[in-house]
Design a protein around this ligand. Structure first.
Ligand code: HEC
Length: 126
């Protein structure tokens, strides 16, 4: 046996590869880890589902476009334009919260501030 490194190690007569994980695979793992952590940290803020503690028109618009419109602009549900002329803010909040007939309750998904944000936004699209 010489002293320099062999590429194979013989174990019970079977030749086993002794090479390390190739650098490109390490790079791939690293990129995947960075991506996964970044995704976990930043995505929830982008999803409409996550709730916010602040009332804002911008947030209301995001929720409206990201959630409400998926039904309310497809013929599945009535158009929400001008809905604030027909309902009081707390009535709309209650519909969001508890649902109504075929509209599912969305109370779990949105905080009180979120519901107020949506109503605030609805006021702007009469
Ligand atoms: C999964 C589909 C769906 C989503 C998502 C949805 N809705 Fe609805 N919504 C409905 C349906 C269906 C009705 C009609 C219910 C009925 O017949 O009483 C309705 C009714 C309403 C009404 C009463 C409208 C009227 O003219 O009587 C309001 C207000 C309302 N939705 C607000 C919202 C808001 C605000 C959002 C977003 C936060 C939202 N909805 C998301 C399906 C949905």
């Amino acid at each position: 046996m010489s002293h320099h490194d062999h590429e194979y190690e013989e174990v019970s007569g079977i030749k086993m590869g002794k090479r390390k994980v190739p650098p490109y695979l390490k790079a791939v793992y690293l990129i995947l880890i960075v991506w996964a952590v970044g995704y976990a940290l930043f995505m929830p803020g982008k999803l409409v589902e996550s709730s916010s503690a602040e009332v804002s028109l911008d947030r209301g618009k995001k929720i409206y476009e990201g959630t409400c419109l998926s039904c309310h602009a497809t013929g599945v549900a009535p158009d929400l334009k001008g809905v604030t002329n027909r309902y009081k803010p707390d009535e709309i909040e209650s519909i969001i919260n508890k649902g109504r007939n075929t509209m599912p309750a969305l109370g779990q998904r949105f905080s009180e501030a979120d519901r107020k944000s949506v109503v605030e936004y609805l006021e702007t699209i009469k």
